[in-house]
Design a protein around this ligand. Sequence first.
Ligand code: APR
Length: 313
Amino acid sequence: MPKVAVIGAGQVGSTAAMRLAESGIAEIALIDVKGDLARAKALDISQALPLTSSPCKVTGGSDYELAGESEVVVITAGMARQPGMSRHDLLRSNAKIVRDVVTSIKDATPDCAIIMVTNPLDEMSYLAWRLTGWKRHRIMGMAGLLDSCRFASFIADKLEIPPDQVDAIVLGSHGDTMLPLPRLSTVSGTPVTDRLSPEILRELEERTRNAGAEIVSLLQTGSAYYAPSACIARMAQAIMGDEELQVPASVLLDGEYGMRDVFLGVPVTLARGGWKIVVELPLLADEQEGLETCANLIRKRLVELDEWLEGAR
Ligand code: APR
C-alpha cells in the first residue's frame, strides 16, 4: 500500500489524514513538532477504521523516520490565519517552519511528491522547490482546487442546484488577486455565463476571493479545514492512482501562459510522481492580464523570500 506523510497534525493535517485513511487508499504517517498531538490524532483516526472497513495503518509522532518511503508528502505545518490577518501576514513565521520541514523531508523520503498547503501558498511552494532543488513536477501547492470548489459551491447555491452539477475554475494566486473564470465554468456542460447575470457572477467571484476570510471571521480561531482536506485527499489520490486528473494547482511555470520563474495557479494533470503537464486554456486578453497581475504580485513576494533565504544562510 502506498504511503502519504502529512506534516502538521492540526486542523487541516489531521482532517486530511482522516479522509485518506478512511478512503482506504494509503498508509498514513502524521508528523507534528508536537509529537503527542500527532500520536493522539493517529490513534483516534485508527480507531475509526474497523467501522469504515479501511485496511490502512496510521502512525503519528515527531520523528521524520515515520515518513520514510512516502509517495506523497502533504505539508500543513505552520500558523493559520486569525481574524483580520491576510495570508501574506504569515510569510515570515511560516517560512521558518516550512524550511525546517522541507529539510527533514528531503532526507526522510527523497523520492516523494510534495503537496504544499501552508500559507501563503504560492510562496511556500516556491520555498519548497528552492530548498529541495527537485524537478518542478514534484512540487505543487493546493489552492486552485479549493478556490474552484468554493466558487462552484456558491454558484450551485445561487442556482439552487446540487453542487456536483457545477464545474468551476479559479486560477492565479491563492489570495485577493485570484482569478475566477466564469466563462470557462459550467453547469451540467452549459457555460455558467448563460445561467447567471454578470452582476451576480461578479458578486460570487468576490465572495470566492473572500471565502477563506469569511470562514476565519466566523470561526474566530483558526481557518477552514473541511474543504481544504477534501482537496488534499483528492489530489493525493490522483497522484498515487496515476489518474492524470486535471485540477488547478500552484506550480512553477517555465514558459506556459507566457510566464516563467513564478509559482502560479494553473490547470495541471496529476499523475504518479507529481504533476505531468500544464494545460494551457485559451484565455481572453483580460483573463491573461488578470493572470499576469497575479504573477507579478507573487514574483515580488518571491524576491522578498529570496532575500530572507540569503539572510538566513
Ligand atoms: N513541524 C511540524 N509541525 C509543525 C511545525 C514544525 N516545525 N510548526 C508547527 N507545526 C504544527 C503545529 O504544532 C500545529 O499542530 O502545525 C500544525 C498547524 O495546525 P493548525 O494550527 O490547526 O493550523 P491548520 O488550520 O491546520 O492550518 C495549517 O494550512 O491552510 C493552511 O493557512 C493554513 O498555514 C496554515 C496551514
